[in-house]
Design a binder for this molecule. Structure first.
Ligand code: UDX
Length: 470
């Protein structure tokens, strides 16, 4: 960098979940590629887990700036004082207050140190699951943004709920429809489950809603979505917050972009599955994953297994290591000719692969955007929270797939699994779905390409940081 003027320095802070790390890291890479220095931070346990996938060579120090496009990306993690295996990490009631207690001073020090190291932070992009991050940057008088990692529709739903701006289902009115500006009314089945009167995870609901308590301290609300996808909802939310859509935050692997190489997998991805895919027919494989959190019960695993087998289609199924015992006994060996079971996939590479025919997904927002961006039809199988509205929009509005419903028993059955696979891969409806999926792929690609809506928004955001004095 020598005597050149210092590049703007953006600090990105991520919560310790795969669904948060991925979009924040992808945002980090996008911003760096525009010529900025970006420091990505999270807790040290996450740093240790993702080290191997962010390193570009085995002896690389992850603290070294990695060139990305016109700029650089570096990693710096902070210690939260708990062992990596401490079970309290998985108890939100204990983890969230602990993270805040250690995170506030750690983040303050980290920001102050950057100034001492001659690379003062010009903007902090924070994950809203850690709302105290906004207090830290506010106290240090550094402009800040959050990256909302779910859909704009879901942002709007929580926002309206938090501020009591419209009516939601209650114990007395469990079937009440929810009407939000810019959206068709939504039934109780289509809003995030954490807002239902029957929701048992009230601590999680509190953590979600806490994100809206000090949102006014954020100069910008960046969103991992794109104007063409959620236009009406975005226009409505823009009246409540300074929304900047920058998505879909995807590393388009098929274009072989340099930024795709730095990943942050919390589990080791079975990269050999792409060779297995190479040997399959075009658009024939059913890719199955319920993301990083959801777990199917033993009975549903059995139904899924039998349904996939019955379809006769090749399948690639992600079952995380801890859950392998939930598969029917001997299934992996018995199905080896037809399918492959892996503990974690390089999902973007799988979705980009020409053999992948459809994605049986839990509809987490990252998976939703990824499947749209790669033009892969879906079998929507939501598990909790925002996945319900995502599934609804994928199937009924974007028209890129079919829904796998649970029956009266509350469980899926094998015939429905098999039926969904056939419906989405064979026949005239499959054709229509695929055409829609390809249409969305094109629109999504344009949004993030140079001069596209999200790309322009990102550049305006960077200009905005500069406007604050850099
Ligand atoms: C969580 C919530 O569950 C979800 O509802 C919310 O929208 C985001 O945060 P998660 O369940 O993990 O996310 O799902 P998702 O949003 O799809 O994120 C998972 C990420 O892990 C995706 O980027 C996906 O590409 C990646 N992944 C998943 C892999 O790389 N390999 C896998 O085998 C599975």
């Amino acid at each position: 960098m020598g005597s050149q003027p210092q590049p703007l320095h953006v600090l990105i802070v991520s919560f310790a979940g795969q669904g948060h790390i991925n979009p924040l890291l992808r945002l980090a890479k996008r911003i760096a590629s525009k010529g900025l220095l970006v420091t990505f931070t999270s807790t040290q346990d996450i740093g240790r887990r993702i080290q191997t996938s962010i390193k570009q060579s085995p002896d690389q120090d992850v603290g070294e700036p990695i060139p990305v496009g016109l700029g650089h990306l570096r990693f710096q993690f902070f210690d939260d004082g708990w062992d990596d295996s401490d079970s309290r990490r998985y108890d939100i009631l204990q983890y969230m207050p602990h993270l805040e207690t250690v995170g506030r001073p750690a983040l303050t020090d980290l920001i102050k140190n950057q100034a001492e190291m001659d690379r003062p932070v010009s903007c902090v992009i924070n994950n809203p699951f850690m709302p105290w991050g906004l207090d830290v940057s506010d106290a240090l008088k550094i402009p800040s943004a959050i990256l909302w990692i779910q859909s704009c529709i879901v942002f709007s739903t929580y926002y309206h709920y938090h501020h009591s701006l419209c009516d939601f289902p209650t114990h007395d009115h469990p079937e009440r429809e929810v009407t939000l500006p810019g959206l068709p009314s939504m039934s109780a089945d289509d809003i995030p489950t954490f807002l239902l009167p029957t929701n048992p995870y009230t601590t999680l609901t509190d953590a979600i809603l806490a994100q809206f308590k000090n949102l006014e301290k954020a100069e910008w609300v960046l969103m991992n979505t794109f104007e063409e996808l959620e236009r009406e909802a975005i226009q409505a939310v823009a009246k409540m917050a300074k929304v900047v859509t920058v998505g879909p935050l995807i590393d388009m692997v098929e274009e072989g972009e340099e930024r795709a190489r730095v990943r942050a997998d919390l589990w080791k991805a079975a990269v050999e599955c792409t060779e297995w895919l190479d040997a399959r027919e075009a658009r024939s494989v059913v890719y199955v994953s319920v993301g990083s959190i959801a777990v199917l019960g033993k009975e549903e695993m059995e139904e899924m297994a039998r349904g996939l087998r019955g379809s006769g289609k090749p399948f690639l199924w992600v079952v995380r290591e801890n859950n392998m015992g939930l598969l029917p006994e001997g299934f992996v060996e018995e199905a080896a000719e037809q399918g492959m079971v892996i503990n974690w996939s390089p999902q973007d590479q799988v979705l980009a692969h020409p053999s992948t025919g459809c994605f049986l997904t839990h509809c987490g927002w990252n998976s939703t955007l990824e499947t749209l961006a790669y033009g892969v039809p879906v079998i929507a199988f939501p598990q909790f929270g925002d996945q319900y509205p995502d599934a609804k929009f994928l199937v009924d509005v974007y028209k890129v797939g079919v829904r796998l419903w649970r029956g009266k028993s509350g469980l899926i059955n094998r015939d429905d699994v098999e039926g969904c696979v056939r419906e989405v891969l064979e026949g005239p409806k499959a054709e229509e779905i695929r055409e829609n999926a390809l249409k969305w792929k094109e629109i999504a690609g344009k949004a993030v390409a140079s001069g596209g809506s999200s790309d322009k928004n990102l550049e305006a955001f960077i200009d905005g940081i500069q406007g604050f004095g850099g």
